[in-house]
Design a protein around this ligand. Structure first.
Ligand SMILES: [Cu+2]
Length: 116
């Protein structure tokens, strides 16, 4: 338990990235959940880093907008392997509103992003 908490803390710590600022918000997937909450509120223009800290995830998790079949999601991290992260594309250009999201692999992972 302690080891996994330490591992998670390490994952959540800001990681220097060449060529860009660290996003204002970090969403961590852990044990088939989006932590700390599946309800995420950001201000318009802010961005999100999606971290996969879930050793049970198999190939990984994604942070993907729910859209009808055949429609391209406005944001999609694609599959992020355990222990890695991705700055989710297009989040900072979303207009204010509510967006539901899910993991492309695990139907149990879902939540709502509010852009205000
Ligand atoms: Cu998943």
């Amino acid at each position: 338990m302690l080891a996994s908490l330490v591992a998670l803390a390490t994952l959540v710590a800001p990681v220097p990235v060449a060529g860009g600022p660290v996003p204002e918000h970090t969403v961590v997937a852990f044990l088939r959940d989006y932590m700390p909450s599946s309800s995420i509120a950001i201000k318009q223009g802010e961005s999100i880093r999606f971290v996969d800290g879930d050793p049970t995830a198999g190939p990984g998790h994604s942070f993907t907008e729910n859209v009808p079949e055949g429609v391209t999601p406005r944001f999609d991290s694609d599959i992020v392997p355990m222990g890695t992260f991705k700055d989710v594309p297009n989040i900072s250009s979303l207009p204010p509103g509510k967006y539901t999201f899910h993991c492309k692999i695990h139907e149990v992972l879902k939540g709502t992003l509010t852009v205000g």
